[in-house]
Ligand binder design. Structure first.
Ligand code: BES
Ligand code: MN
Ligand code: MN
Length: 458
């Protein structure tokens, strides 16, 4: 066994215990009640990077949650990898569906159960422990910088400014991100694209106040009914999105590209069984892998209005609202799509209600190259660690900052993630396999080695 793998094996119990400590901090970025916890989590990440051997660590305040920056520079002439990840997590709700506390990590059946175990503290921590391992075994081949942010789950709205202001500090040859999934541990894969996002909130107002539904009902439009009708009209009978101009800029894949995409191992039966649905649903003419990987979507994320408490209340509410997000693909643009949506939604509103549409946040889609040194370095590293060549796939999720790495810093990204779609991220009982955690720690030093070598011979 290599010195690196021996070190990982001998220290894996401690690595895991340290990760559990980090998972105990409820760094929920969306919830201001947790602002102190989120700040404490940044401190914990900083300390971990410092203990792992970084030569410089700092907490960079922003208008929101702080960014942890750290680096280990061994020789300015060697390549530099900028590792990006996030220490913030999604809210744990609904709490009653967790089998153990979201911030009381437990290990069951070889998996760590906790909010953030996979997305993304567990994956960030692999990078921390990989650095410790490389330094302890005298095998760090290049320079590494770390930028671990606390606002990914709320749209990274302050990170763009940080990139603009710190171009020199963030100088690197590649961005390495572990915040995506693989097909399975038996079928390793690398995501080569992320979808963009346009996140909207809509509010429909009818009468100027809540009304008695017997006294007024049937004589005044109910905003919930109208909102439901408007929402229902956003997809047609083929589940195409009806927002005018929505598909105008969509990059259509060639038939060869579609064929390649659909070659990835995927069992529709298993997929349905796992989700307990009898049929899948989606845009007519596309497979499930295409629907989640290369086609844009429009999803309702929440809807509310009227009385939702215990028992019955006979009310005709004044207002109804919904949160609607659209996943975007190359070459759609989130600002343009937000405008098209706003215009469309206003245009379908009947004259007897008012609508108000606001954009919450947006981000652009990306495709990461498969012909560059970094992809090759990652593919070789995964092959060495897993014994199998990884398959390139298109992921459905979004990491809005990745587009800005290219735009602001001029840097390409490689998405070397070790999660699984079945890890329940953003959902109750999020978990991360100890095997995934270990494989990640083993693969990262191999990536560093390969990327450095390929750079020196190219
Ligand atoms: N790590 C996820 C994104 C992801 C998950 C990519 C799985 C590929 C596979 C990230 O933390 C996330 O949840 N992003 C949000 C976007 C953000 C603006 C709230 C998302 O995709 O909904
Ligand atoms: Mn994430
Ligand atoms: Mn997430």
């Amino acid at each position: 066994m290599s010195a690196i793998n021996t070190y990982i094996q001998n220290n894996f119990g401690r690595f895991t215990d340290e990760l559990l400590e980090l998972l105990r901090i409820p760094s929920v970025s969306a919830d201001s009640k947790h602002n102190e916890d989120t700040a404490r989590c940044a401190e914990a990440v900083k300390l971990a990077l410092s203990k792992a051997g970084c030569s410089h660590v700092e907490i960079c305040p922003t208008d929101g949650h702080p960014i942890v920056y750290a680096e280990k520079i061994i020789d300015p002439n060697l390549p530099t990898i900028l590792t990006y990840g996030h220490y913030d997590v999604q809210p744990p709700d609904p709490l009653d569906l967790w089998t153990s506390g979201p911030f009381d990590p437990v290990i069951k059946d070889g998996k760590i159960y906790a909010r953030g175990s996979c997305d993304d503290k567990g994956q960030v921590f692999m990078h921390v422990k990989a650095l410790e391992t490389m330094l302890a075994t005298n095998s760090l081949p290049c320079n590494i910088k770390y930028m671990i942010e606390g606002e990914e789950e709320v749209g990274s709205s302050n990170l763009g400014t940080f990139l603009e202001k710190n171009k020199e500090k963030l100088k690197a040859d590649i961005v390495l991100v572990s915040d995506t999934s693989m097909i399975s541990m038996d079928t390793p894969s690398i995501e080569t694209g992320l979808r963009g996002l346009a996140y909207m909130e809509v509010e429909v107002t009818g009468p100027n106040r809540d009304l008695h539904s017997g006294v007024y009902g049937g004589a005044v439009a109910n905003p919930i009914t109208i909102l439901a009708q408007m929402i229902a009209s956003l997809h047609d009978e083929n589940n195409h999105i009806t927002v005018k101009g929505f598909y105008d800029d969509v990059l259509n894949l060639t038939s060869q590209e579609r064929e390649d995409l659909n070659k990835a191992p995927f069992s529709l039966e298993q997929y349905k069984k796992d989700l307990n649905v009898t049929e899948v649903w989606g845009e007519k003419g596309y497979t499930t892998l295409e629907r989640t990987g290369v086609r844009p979507t429009l999803e309702l994320n929440g809807i509310w209005g009227g009385y939702t408490g215990e028992g019955a209340k006979t009310v005709l509410p004044s207002k109804a609202s919904a949160k609607i997000s659209m996943r975007l693909v190359p070459h759609q643009n989130s600002i343009k799509i937000a405008e098209l949506f706003t215009k469309h939604f206003e245009s379908i509103a009947p004259p007897y209600i008012k609508v108000n549409v606001t954009e919450l946040h947006g981000g652009e889609p990306v495709v990461t190259p498969t012909d560059g040194l970094a992809y090759r370095a990652a593919a070789m590293a995964i092959e060495e660690a897993f014994g199998k060549k990884p398959i390139p796939t298109r992921g459905g999720g979004s990491i809005p900052i990745v587009a800005l790495f290219e735009k602001i810093l001029g840097l390409k990204t490689v998405l070397m993630g070790f999660g699984l779609d079945s890890d329940n991220i953003h959902s109750p009982n999020e978990h991360y396999g100890l095997f995934n955690f270990q494989k990640g720690i083993e693969t990262i030093p191999l990536f560093c080695k390969n990327f450095t070598k390929l750079n020196q011979t190219s």
